[in-house]
Design a protein around this ligand. Structure first.
Ligand code: ADP
Ligand code: MG
Length: 366
């Protein structure tokens, strides 16, 4: 059907051109000229906000290597509903978040992803190595095999060849791995992913690889804890669907944000294993109660800063009746309410993350 295929041709071209506008093409040319990449090949993924291409670099003095090139779409519509992530992130409020100019918004997202990747990579959480950023084009390490096949998303992996029991164990191990990364990301990178799910985690050489962190926020972003709660729900839903006896979402939340449990992977994994044991020791009724409590947790109000934490009206009752552990932000309390850090915490809480000039130079040394 010639007419049909011509139409398809046209729409293919339209899709391509939406991303590869002249300026973007010029940037890709420069990458090629400067040997940051040597060839740009097929598309690995076409998304609403970005396309990801496979590229190869052939250095004179080293072995050829694969690269992934993420090209953020410059069409403004693609980014329309993202302001909730940027507003409140002091790193990107300087000079304003330009709503009138599509290009600069897109650049903000590319820059956010680049900086977040740097932080995550430098702390040792598996993620693509960020290599080069220019406007809306980000070059990063390629996650995949030597032949250039990209690693599958967690969603697309199957372990059915393993047999049911080993398959279940495999998913449980990956669940623990992912919770460990979430905690390290929160404490050591001070980031909440914000769009975490089986779609934004790759599986490669027995490891989970975090990707797609352009919307990740500082943990003191006014809505970071809400985003974290959704991340936890997505992760729970996925692993539950693969027969993992998942932990309660409230407990995971406390664990990720709390102080107890160590900062390095082995200690964290141990703490998670303990949480599994505690859960397993519960009676069926108690487990059901925890599950029901998660329904409450999902809709519960989450205070985001210490001004809110100090709402005596709302929280005094809990504290007075000895139910401190029921406070949703228990982790925050342990984290921030030590006498030595109290003043500092008060100061950073009052700005609720908006243009906080104190923080201006407080970014990673990129
Ligand atoms: P989007 O915003 O479109 O969701 P992602 O960053 O999630 O962008 O990337 C889209 C897809 O591209 C991923 O699901 C993954 O399959 C692939 N991809 C992204 N980065 C890499 C990489 N560094 N190596 C291999 N594949 C990648
Ligand atoms: Mg994605």
């Amino acid at each position: 059907n010639v007419g049909e295929s011509r139409k398809r041709d046209k729409s293919d071209r339209a899709t391509r051109e939406q991303v590869l506008d002249p300026r973007t093409r010029m940037i890709l040319y420069q990458l090629l000229n400067r040997d940051i990449i040597s060839e740009i090949n097929g598309v690995i993924s076409t998304g609403k906000e970005a396309n990801v291409y496979h590229a190869v670099v052939l250095p004179d003095d080293a072995l050829p290597a694969h690269r992934a090139v993420k090209v953020y779409k410059t069409a403004i519509l693609a980014f329309k509903d993202r302001s909730r992530y940027v507003n409140g992130d002091y790193r990107f409020n300087k000079g304003g978040y330009n709503k009138g100019n599509g290009r600069s918004i897109v650049q903000v997202w590319a820059e956010k992803e680049f900086r977040n990747l740097k932080r995550i990579h430098s702390i040792g959480i598996p993620c693509p190595e960020p290599l080069y950023l220019r406007q809306n084009v980000l070059v990063m390490g390629f996650v995949g095999d030597k032949k250039g096949h990209a690693a599958p998303r967690l969603r697309d992996v199957t372990f059915s060849a393993l047999g049911p029991e080993e398959e279940e164990q495999k998913y449980k191990d990956l669940y623990v791995q992912l919770l460990t990364y979430m905690r390290i990301m929160y404490h050591s990178c001070r980031l909440v992913h914000g769009d975490l799910s089986e779609y934004n985690v790759l599986y490669h050489e027995d490891k989970l690889i975090m990707i797609d962190v352009s919307q990740s926020v500082e943990h003191d972003h006014p809505r970071s804890l809400e985003f974290l709660r959704v991340d936890i729900k997505n992760v729970s839903d996925f692993f539950r669907s693969h027969n993992v006896e998942v932990l309660s979402e409230r407990n995971i939340f406390k664990f990720i944000t709390g102080e107890a449990g160590g900062k390095e992977s082995p200690e964290i994994a141990l703490s998670i294993e303990k949480m599994f044991q505690v859960r397993a020791a519960l009676t069926d009724d108690q487990q059901r109660a925890e599950n029901e409590d998660d329904e409450v947790f999902r809709s519960q109000y989450i205070p985001q800063n210490l001004n809110e934490v100090y709402d005596i009206e709302r929280d005094g009752e809990l504290l007075n009746s000895g139910k401190r552990g029921d406070l949703i932000y228990q982790g925050l309390l342990a984290d921030k309410l030590t006498p030595a850090s109290q003043n500092e915490s008060d100061a950073s809480a009052s700005g609720s993350g908006d243009e906080d000039s104190e923080h201006e130079n407080d970014d990673d040394a990129d």
